[in-house]
Write a protein of this length. Sequence first.
Length: 256
Amino acid sequence: MKKWFLISVLLLLAVVAVACGGDNGDNEENTDSTEQGENSGESENDEGENAEQPEIEEAEAGDFPDVVATVNGTEISNEELALNINAIQQQYQQFGMNVADSQEEIQQTALDQLINTYVIEQSAEEDGIVPSEEEINQEYDNLVSQLKEQYETDNVDEIFEENDVTEEEIRNDIRRNMVITQFMEENVEEAEVTEEELQEAYDNYTAQAEEMEQEAEEFETIKPQLEQQLQTQKASEQQQQLIDELREQQEIEVLI
């Protein structure tokens, strides 16, 4: 079961899903680890590349009822859930996380992502967000160009067949992606980071560097990275708050 492009669309809200299942106490740790991640990443990556990864047992649509949830009467199919579970399992494995011991968490995350996607898509359509055919065509042409380069072939039909997708499915996913992206941009304010927050993040980072007996970068050197991390963190929190509010307004039924 490939359908790689659909996977990328369903994972559009992955950050939100992580925020939903995460712990607010992790925020400082994420900021602290900026430099440590850079210093130790090479050795960890080498170990990950050399270690033999266990084979993942893919989820199958037949493992679940035909309809796993509804959002205002719109059905979410077992095929969509299985597809998203498999995508998340691959992410877990890439980061060296234990897939076998996280099945319940993975299934819940996959289902939450799907529900969030449908909630936002329906809310966006209520707001009249509808991309034009011209915009969809432009995005489709851009994607096709990238695929031709990636697969080193001009035969787009062959690429689609190899990945078990159709042009219609891809265009529908492009439309959905554009709708969701525009809705989030219009409803989530740009996150601002204060100097006090940056200094606190830097203090946490230097304290951790000292504990690990590593040399910390100067504040001005690492400041752009800290700012980007804090902006991402704040944007994720705002997105999650928006989705929580939207979900409260919807009729959602989980059937598994």
